[in-house]
Design a protein around this ligand. Structure first.
Ligand code: ADP
Ligand code: ASP
Ligand code: MG
Length: 418
C-alpha cells in the first residue's frame, strides 16, 4: 500500500473544528488509496504555555522535567485526531513517542533520532488500520525518559517517519500556502515559491524562517524525502504548495532567493580579554558546555596594554539567543573565577535581530554584499556584526529596524518578481 506522511502544525489543530478540517484531508488521502501516518503538533499556544509553566517553576530547570511537561501538548492532539477520524469511519490509532518507539538521544530539549522501528505501526496497518496518528516533537531515550526535539520539532518527526516508512511524500500542512521569498507576515510583497532547493531551505530555516525546522530539511536532504509545504486552510491537490527538492529540479534560479530574520538575538562583548593562543577555546569551551548556542563570532584586532589587563588585549563579540544570555554570563563569570580567562567587562545588547539573504546563485555572483549594505544604509540601518558563507550573508542590527530591513532587502533584490 502506498504511504503518505501528513503533518499538521499548531494552528492547523488549534481547536476541535480545525482538527476536524485536518481529519477530512487525511480521510481524502485514505479514500485515494493511501495508508497515512499523521504527525500532529500541540494546539497552537499550548507549548509556549507549558514552557512558561516550567520557567515559572524553576529558573535553571532540569531538562528531563521540561521535556516531560512540554511534550504533553502533542499527546492531546494525537488522541483527539484519532478519535475524530474514528468518528468519520476511518480506522485510526494514536501513538505517543515511546509507544512506537521513537528512539532518540538523551539530549533533553534537543534530542536527535536514533531509530524508528517500523514493526508496531506496520502490525497495526496489517490489522486493517488506515491511519497512525503520531505525537510529533517527542521521543524516548535509552533511559526510558521522554525527550523532545527542540521547538518546531514536529516537522522533523514528519520527515523522519517519511524516511523510515519510505513514504511517497511528506506533506507539511501549515497556516501559509507554501514557502515564500520572506515571511509573508513582514511584507505583502513576499512571493510564494513553486520549488526551493534543499540547501536554500536549510539556510533559510537555520537563519530563522520557522516554516520548517532546520533539522527536518537536513533529514529530507539526506534521505531524499519529497518534502512539501502547503496550507491546511485551503483546498489542495498534488500540485499545491512549495516543493523542497534537489537543485537540479529547479529551472529558475535568482541570485538571492529569500530573506530570513531571527528576532531574539543578543550580542555579547567581552571587553579586553587577553590576546593569546587558546583564549578562544577558553571562552567558547565553557559556553558550549553551558549549552549556549553561539552563532556569530567577531574578534577585534589586538590592542596593547589598555585597562587592567597587561599585555595584548582584544574584544571578543559573539551572538546567541536572548534566552541564553544568563547562562552565557554565568559561564563567563565561572571561567573568570576558575582563572582561565580575564576581561575588563561584559557588555550585553539584547535588542538585536539577525537579517540574512540566501541564494545558491551567490556562489557564482559577486556584489550581493554590496547591494545588501547599500540597501541598509539607504534606510539608515546600522550594521553591528556581519557573517558570510557560500550562499548567505547575515547582519546583526537593532531589533527595532528588523521589519524595515527585511522589506528593504526584499525590494533591493527584487524578490517580488519571478
Ligand atoms: P506550524 O505551527 O504549522 O508548524 P509555524 O508557525 O511553525 O507553523 O510556521 C509557519 C509560519 O512560518 C508562517 O505563518 C510564517 O509566518 C512563518 N514564515 C517565516 N518565514 C517564512 C517563509 N519564508 N515562507 C513561509 N512562511 C514563513
Ligand atoms: N509543539 C512544538 C512547538 O511548538 C513542536 C511543533 O509544533 O513542531 O515547538
Ligand atoms: Mg512549525
Amino acid at each position: 500500500m502506498p504511504l503518505l506522511v501528513m503533518k499538521f502544525g499548531g494552528t492547523s489543530v488549534a481547536d476541535l473544528a480545525r482538527i476536524e478540517n485536518a481529519a477530512k484531508k487525511v480521510q481524502a488521502e485514505v479514500e485515494r488509496g493511501y495508508d497515512v501516518i499523521v504527525i500532529v503538533s500541540a494546539m497552537s499556544g499550548e507549548t509556549n504555555k507549558m514552557v512558561g509553566f516550567v520557567e515559572g517553576t524553576s529558573k535553571l530547570y532540569d531538562a528531563r522535567e521540561y521535556d516531560a511537561v512540554v511534550s504533553s501538548g502533542e499527546n492531546v492532539t494525537a488522541g483527539l485526531m484519532a478519535l475524530r477520524l474514528q468518528e468519520m469511519g476511518v480506522a485510526a490509532r494514536s501513538w505517543q513517542g515511546w509507544q512506537v518507539p521513537i528512539n532518540t538521544t538523551s539530549a533533553h530539549s534537543s534530542a536527535r533520532f536514533i531509530s524508528i522501528p517500523r514493526e508496531n505501526i506496520d502490525a497495526k496497518f496489517a490489522e486493517g488500520f488506515k491511519v497512525a496518528v503520531v505525537a510529533g516533537f517527542q521521543g524516548v531515550s535509552a533511559e526510558g525518559r521522554v525527550t523532545t526535539l527542540g521547538r518546531g520539532g514536529s516537522d522533523t518527526t514528519a520527515v523522519a517517519f517519511a524516511a523510515a516508512f519510505g513514504a511517497e511524500r511528506c506533506d507539511i500542512y501549515t497556516d501559509v500556502d507554501g514557502v515564500y521569498t520572506t515571511d509573508p507576515r513582514i511584507t505583502n510583497k513576499a512571493r510564494k515559491l513553486e520549488k526551493i532547493a534543499f540547501e536554500e531551505m536549510l539556510e533559510l530555516a537555520s537563519l530563522g524562517a520557522k516554516v520548517l525546522q532546520t533539522r527536518s530539511v537536513e533529514l529530507a536532504m539526506r534521505y531524499k524525502v519529497r518534502l512539501r509545504v502547503l496550507s491546511s486552510f485551503e483546498d489542495t491537490d498534488e500540485n499545491s504548495g512549495t516543493l523542497v527538492c534537489d537543485e537540479d529540479e529547479i529551472m529558475e534560479s535568482k541570485v538571492v532567493s529569500g530573506v530570513a530574520y531571527s528576532r531574539d538575538e543578543a550580542k555579547v562583548t567581552l571587553v579586553r580579554v587577553e590576546d593569546r593562543p587558546g583564549i578562544a577555546a577558553a571562552i567558547f569551551g565553557p559556553l558550549a558546555e553551558a549549552g549556549v548556542n553561539v552563532d556569530m563570532i567577531v574578534q577585534n584586532i589586538s590592542e596593547v596594554e589598555v585597562g587592567s589587563v597587561k599585555g595584548a588585549t582584544t574584544d571578543m563579540t559573539f551572538s546567541c539567543p536572548t534566552n541564553q544570555v544568563a547562562r552565557a554570563q554565568k559561564a563567563m563569570e565561572d571561567a573568570v573565577a576558575a582563572g582561565t580567562i580575564t576581561y575588563d567587562g561584559i557588555v550585553v545588547d539584547s535588542d538585536v535581530a539577525k537579517i540574512s539573504v540566501v541564494g545558491i546563485g551567490m556562489r557564482s555572483h559577486a556584489g550581493v554584499a554590496a547591494t545588501m549594505f547599500k540597501a541598509l544604509s539607504k534606510e539608515n540601518v546600522n550594521i553591528k556584526v556581519i557573517a558570510t558563507s557560500e550562499i548567505k550573508i547575515s547582519v546583526l542590527i537593532d531589533r527595532k529596524y528588523m521589519e524595515l530591513a527585511v522589506q528593504a532587502l526584499h525590494d533591493a533584490f527584487e524578490l517580488e518578481k519571478v
